[in-house]
Design a protein around this ligand. Structure first.
Ligand code: SF4
Ligand code: SF4
Ligand code: FES
Length: 504
């Protein structure tokens, strides 16, 4: 460790680490465009200048290792002037079209101008123009005029995806970011360049012009696109006279799971969440009242006591799995987690994406839920009622035609509705709270703050009504049961960070 002084405050830092990393870690505001924690330094934007006592000229913090006793100034008049001059250079050919820019409200250039810029423009020559709307592929649109040439996007395709679709063309004020002729941006993680771009040069075709960012509310959740369970920010908004809708998923930094990035499939999977909210209860494929279907289901559970099979999706939360186990014990039902649907041998790669598309298969291990096909075949012999939770693949069960009553409780409507006597919608993944264990054994909590205006309930509430108990929230289930199972970890701790489970 080393001790340095920053703006008259002493801080302990890692000796030899990059100054910008230590300053940011200690909450010191350092403007920067080209530096990114994963992509490292490039030294091209010069925004991160600081004064270091004993050095003649200001230094860039992203290329300066810290050493014991350093005295740093980040707010002196001299350094503010330097930053203002650099910003003025950055903005010489920038179109300053913030009112029509989709990045407005979350743009580093805008923020830095407000922090240290605030100068009157001295420009009286025409600006250099470049292309304003270049469709570079993979849902990404490039505005070359707004680019500050930080090269984060170029380095992402070079160092992370190794696909190298982007490059800097030409020199001086003619320099632009571009794809190569006939080679669009095309890789499974391409849309991360939109988050990486500190300005409005790269925007998402999917999100741009749909909502101003200051209207959006955000909460922390996890992706359920595959068993990696990447950490997400869910951005949502309720328009007047409309239901609360999700507008985008953004990656949430999690060193244990996904770092700073997510895949494009997971990023765009928010659409499914919005679509599923239109699901309606059904009896034999015909729309019916939610309460009627639920009451009928409840009486069927009583009628077939001891002759019931509960088939669980490996994407249910730990809380839901536990609640279903309780239901099984009360109605003397068999439980199985056998499934083949949530695999796709073409989806995975050696980065984040996994072939196992379920979001909590490890939960089956933790809660000892049987996943063997042999057990399912054995269980299904003498049953009269099959209830599928979070899935609609009744054909997985051998001789399913012989089962008297088949029911699906799921977020999306059954693909073959006629196969089910009853279908009851439940809240979607990001509309409910829950705990999930990813493929690497990390336990995470997924929040929800989307308002559900329809009568649809969360699965925990549905089962709680069947059981006639009042334990229907994650907090209560943790207190009663789950805390002990997960080695006495507090729910509050899981809400703050992902935790490696050792007993799986
Ligand atoms: S497009 Fe954005 S990320 Fe790429 S170099 Fe320009 S400013 Fe940087
Ligand atoms: S890798 Fe899997 S969990 Fe991560 S964003 Fe993609 S689909 Fe979602
Ligand atoms: S962040 Fe240091 S030069 Fe760009």
């Amino acid at each position: 460790m080393a001790t340095i002084t920053v703006d008259d405050r002493e801080i302990k830092v890692n000796d030899g680490a990059l100054l910008i990393e230590e300053l940011l870690a200690h909450g010191v505001k350092i403007p920067h465009f080209c530096y990114h924690p994963t992509l490292g330094k490039d030294g091209n934007c010069r925004m991160c200048m600081v004064e270091i006592e004993g050095k003649k000229r200001p230094q860039i913090a992203c290329d300066t290792p810290v050493s014991d006793g350093m005295i740093i100034r980040t707010k002196s008049n001299g350094i503010q002037k330097v930053k203002r001059q650099i910003l003025e250079m950055q903005l010489v050919n920038h179109p300053v079209d913030c009112p029509v820019c989709d990045q407005a409200g979350e743009c580093s250039l805008q923020n830095y101008y407000m922090d240290v810029g605030l100068y009157e423009s001295r420009l009286n020559t025409p600006k250099t123009h470049a292309r304003k709307h270049v469709d570079i592929g993979s849902n990404v649109v490039l505005d070359q005029e707004r680019c500050v040439l930080c090269t984060r996007c170029v380095r992402f395709t070079k160092e992370i995806t190794k696909t190298k679709e982007l490059g800097v063309l030409n020199r001086t004020d003619k320099s632009v970011i571009s794809i190569f002729p006939g080679r669009p941006l095309f890789n499974p993680y391409a849309m991360n360049v939109v988050d990486l771009c500190p300005v409005g040069a790269l925007t998402s075709k999917d999100f741009r012009f749909h909502k101003r960012v200051w209207f959006l509310k955000s909460y922390e959740a996890t992706c359920n696109g595959c068993s990696k369970g990447c950490s997400l920010h869910v951005d949502h908004h309720k328009d007047k006279y409309k239901s609360d809708s999700i507008f985008r998923y953004r990656p949430r930094f999690n060193d244990n799971v996904n770092g700073y990035f997510i895949c494009d499939t997971g990023r765009l999977s928010y659409k499914k969440e919005n679509d599923n909210r239109d699901s309606f209860a059904q009896i034999k494929g015909k729309q019916s009242k939610y309460k009627d279907v639920k009451d009928r289901l409840c009486s069927l559970l009583k009628k077939y006591h001891g002759e019931i099979l509960l088939l669980l999706s490996p994407s249910l939360s730990l809380e839901e799995m536990l609640k279903i186990k309780k239901l099984a014990s009360v109605y003397d039902a068999k439980i199985s987690g056998y499934d083949t649907c949530e695999y796709d041998s073409n989806f995975g790669d050696d980065y984040l994406k996994c072939n196992d598309l379920s979001s909590n298969r490890r939960g089956f291990n933790l809660l000892q839920i049987d996943e063997k096909i042999e057990s399912l075949n054995k269980f299904s012999k003498n049953i009269k009622l099959a209830v599928l939770f979070g899935r609609d693949d009744i054909e997985t069960i051998e001789n399913y035609e012989n089962i008297e009553t088949k029911i699906s409780i799921n977020a999306s409507m059954p693909k073959k509705p006629k196969l089910y006597d009853l279908y009851l919608p439940m809240m979607t993944h990001t509309s409910k709270e829950g705990s999930f264990i990813n493929i690497d054994g990390f336990l995470q909590f997924s929040n929800s703050h989307v308002e559900y205006t329809l009568e649809t309930q969360a699965l925990l509430e549905i089962i709680s009504d069947f059981l006639n108990d009042d334990i229907s929230t994650c907090e209560e289930i943790w207190k009663v049961k789950l805390k002990k199972i997960v080695n006495n970890i507090e729910l509050e701790t899981v809400k703050k960070k992902s935790i490696k489970m050792s007993n799986l």
